[in-house]
Design a protein around this ligand. Structure first.
Ligand code: ASP
Ligand code: CP
Length: 312
């Protein structure tokens, strides 16, 4: 195996990964899938405890990290809903992180503020895994997303990836673009209402990487050449003005009709939760991976990450 650069490290941003790191995570995720499918579990982390500190709602990230540590034989401290912790009494982020760090070997951390995972990592020497920091980043989601694309197509190189929805506030797409830039996609298409466009510096990073990029407000013209269509939710919790949210939330809705314009060998992804942006009638389409591979890959990738971070 290649050198495990992730051992003992914080996982704060997709920026920290090299292509070798991603390939190591993918290789390990495939092994984890094999273990789960053949034996259900292993005990390689039987002496480790993971704390899950979630200051924002979560189903998949929280659930899959807990399933992952359990399938690796480890224990966990669940802290979802900080209103039941001493945070509600006014405890600082630093004190909370330092407390849970003294009980555990790794902390999985979600918080509404950009940069909060980095702040948490300054309060402890044990690894912090960023499970989403406001509209900033969601690096473990990006790993499972790129794993899903590579597992399906064998590669990202030469593929056209189309990102749709709230590209301004959606942290999953911010981290995913960083990982895509380590490969050679043919084209990245960004589909968003004017108000929710991808931040200009991210678009510039795509151009600097010499990857073609298109920004548009129209889904129709870009479906036919898409290989991976990645749809996101308009992030209601980031809006000051809910009238603006109401105006934008249903701008792009994928229906059975939309799917007729997508190539027969394309894939449809969504990090979830899905609100109205993909009609449930699409779920049975074999190209829709979100309720199938994409979600289970989350558990395999998080098993891989925990094992790499906690074991040499
Ligand atoms: N679950 C993802 C996140 O936490 C996507 C979303 O909430 O829309 O970023
Ligand atoms: N994809 C994702 O992060 O889902 P949750 O917000 O439910 O964890």
């Amino acid at each position: 195996m290649k050198n495990n650069n992730l051992f003992g490290k914080d996982i704060l941003s997709a920026d920290q990964f090299t292509r070798d790191d991603i390939e190591m995570v993918i290789e390990r995720s495939i092994k984890m899938r094999e273990i789960v499918k053949t034996k259900g579990a292993t005990d390689i982390l039987h002496d480790k405890i993971m704390a899950a500190l979630f200051y924002e709602p979560s189903s998949r990230t929280y659930g899959s990290f807990i399933a992952a540590i359990q399938r690796l034989g480890g224990g966990f401290i669940p802290l979802q809903g900080i209103s039941y912790s001493s945070v509600a009494k006014g405890e600082t982020l630093n004190d909370t992180v330092a407390t849970f760090a003294s009980y555990s070997d790794v902390i999985v951390f979600r918080h509404p503020q950009v940069g909060a995972a980095k702040l948490a990592s300054d309060s402890t020497t044990i690894p912090i895994i960023n499970a989403g920091d406001g509209p900033g980043e969601h690096p473990t989601q990006a790993l499972l997303d790129i794993f899903t694309i590579i597992d399906h197509f064998g590669t990202v190189d030469g593929k056209t990836v189309t990102l749709v929805g709230d590209l301004l506030n959606g942290r999953t797409v911010h981290s995913l673009i960083t990982l895509l830039l380590l490969y050679k996609p043919k084209l990245i298409q960004l589909v968003a209402p004017e108000e929710l466009r991808m931040p200009a510096n991210t678009v510039k990073r795509i151009k600097n990487a010499k990857i073609s990029v298109v920004e548009t407000e129209s889904l129709d013209e870009i479906l036919a050449n898409t290989d991976a269509l990645y749809v996101t939710r308009v992030q209601k919790e980031r809006f000051q003005n809910l009238t603006v949210y109401e105006k934008l939330k249903d701008r792009f809705v994928i229906t059975r009709e939309t799917m007729k314009h997508l190539a027969s060998d394309a894939i449809l992804m969504h990090p979830f939760p899905r609100i109205t942006e993909i009609a449930t009638e699409v779920d049975s389409d074999s190209r829709a991976l979100y309720l199938r591979e994409q979600i289970t890959n989350g558990m395999y990738v998080r098993m891989a990450l925990l094992s790499l971070v906690l074991q040499k």
